[in-house]
Ligand binder design. Structure first.
Ligand code: FDA
Length: 394
């Protein structure tokens, strides 16, 4: 005989950052909440984030650091639950933190502290957490959602999709959110890997020999540009600057790299006047890692004492070094992507509550939604803010 369905006020699918925050907020508002996840532990991405120290927010977080088909969608949630709000929570739990660079806040100790904090907040809200719960049947009738998880059936008038995006499948990430959203008639903006290393091939394969070399650059793809470190890898390009532009890059497009972002216009001609007997290779080696300088000079096809190089060639070299064009062959894919660009289309959701306009009681939050942040704590801030917004509405 089958067991009767257990009844809740809300069922939240996915115990990542967004689902945990949403569950805690709704639970503390007196809602009877069930939080389900197929993984054996909650918050796995939090645990591996920020090199184990979790870059849990960014003090500069605002809509301008997010990509979405609707660049206004995230304004309401980010404005109502800010980086300062999350930081206040972190401090209430006595978690020591520090600002690293560019407004990025990290735990001094371990990312585990963030998961423990969110679980303690869920406990305060008497949230029922069920792990290792493969989701089988999800149906909707008479204003109630029924979810079969393992061998149990649960039902509630509200269902929250918080199962994230497909980046890093080995951690349990899936495209489940999109399938479910489509079943309820919601649209999905084509998902693609983001904050992901780019691969090089063809005649740019030589750059792979620089694997391990890092240098500060300004990288740009389309209209987006970022000044941070770039790293050459055995497959192509990575490092924060490249990960940032990867979110904007489309297959077939070029990525431009300024290898000398501190150099002022005319620096190479000035060097020719000031130190005519210096070789170009040696001179670049004073400004860039030596192996990189050597490869770039080889690719430029000019070398020798600066005095012997025509101004025209030096001007051309300066222009190339300031906007070196790479044409990536692709990305390292979802296996290596920190996040997913695209996802459940915001057009079908309320920006105030994250509720689906066409399906009352259905919500979507976190990375599952077509809102993607830059590298630097912005994605967690979206998870907290969207989770909080839905948690207030459940
Ligand atoms: P998230 O993916 O965290 O959670 C989804 C949950 O749903 C998971 O627990 C999963 O098991 C569960 N689930 C999925 N499919 C399911 C199914 N079919 N049935 C049941 N459960 C299912 N961001 C940042 O701001 N600062 C940082 O330092 C980092 N660092 C970082 C490092 C690495 C290596 C990665 C991969 C990512 C980051 N990020 C980051 C990004 C950040 O981790 C990400 O944006 C958030 O974890 C998204 O939170 P969500 O809760 O939306 O999804």
């Amino acid at each position: 005989m089958s067991r009767p369905a257990q009844s809740f006020d809300a069922i939240i699918l996915g115990a990542g950052g967004a689902g945990l925050m949403c569950a805690a907020v709704a639970g503390q508002r007196g809602r009877k909440v069930l939080l389900l996840d197929h993984a054996d532990a909650p918050g796995k991405k939090i645990l591996i984030s920020g090199g184990g120290r979790c870059n849990f927010t960014n003090v500069n977080a605002g809509p301008q650091q997010y990509l979405s088909a609707n660049p206004h969608f995230m304004k309401s949630a980010l404005g109502r639950y800010t980086a300062a709000d999350f930081l206040a929570l972190v401090e209430r739990h006595g978690i020591a933190w520090h600002e690293k660079t560019l407004g990025q806040l990290f735990c001094d100790g371990s990312a585990r502290q963030i998961v423990a904090m969110l679980l303690a907040e869920c406990d305060k809200g008497a949230v029922t957490l069920q792990l290792k719960a493969p989701l089988r049947d999800i149906s909707h009738a008479d204003g109630r959602f029924r979810v079969k998880a393992g061998d149990r059936i649960h039902e509630a008038p509200a269902l929250v999709i918080a199962t994230g995006g497909p980046s890093i499948p080995k951690l349990g990430a899936t495209g489940f959110a999109y399938d479910l959203a489509r079943r309820f008639g919601l649209k999905v903006v084509e998902p693609r890997p983001a904050l992901v290393p780019l691969t090089l091939g063809g005649d740019q394969i030589l750059f792979r020999e620089l694997s391990g070399v890092t240098t500060e650059v300004v990288a740009h793809a389309g209209k987006a540009s970022f000044r941070e470190a770039a790293l050459f890898t055995h497959r192509g390009l990575s490092g924060p600057a490249i990960l940032q532009v990867s979110s904007y890059w489309r297959p077939g497009e070029e990525v431009g790299v300024d290898f000398l972002p501190n150099a002022v216009s005319g620096w190479l001609l000035a060097a020719k006047r000031e130190r005519p007997r210096t070789r170009l290779r040696g001179f670049l080696g004073t400004m860039l890692p030596e192996r990189l300088a050597t490869t770039l000079v080889d690719r430029l096809g000019i070398d020798g004492d600066l005095a012997n190089l025509p101004d025209r060639k030096l001007m051309h070299a300066e222009a190339q070094l300031g906007d070196w064009r790479f044409r990536p062959t692709g990305t390292e894919g979802f296996a290596k992507a920190e996040v997913t660009v695209g996802g459940i289309a915001t057009a079908g959701l309320s920006s105030q509550t994250m509720e689906a306009r066409s399906v009352p009681g259905l919500y979507a939050i976190g990375e599952a939604v077509d809102v993607t942040g830059w590298l630097g704590g912005y994605n967690f801030q979206w998870a907290w803010a969207s989770g909080w917004a839905a948690g207030q509405a459940l």
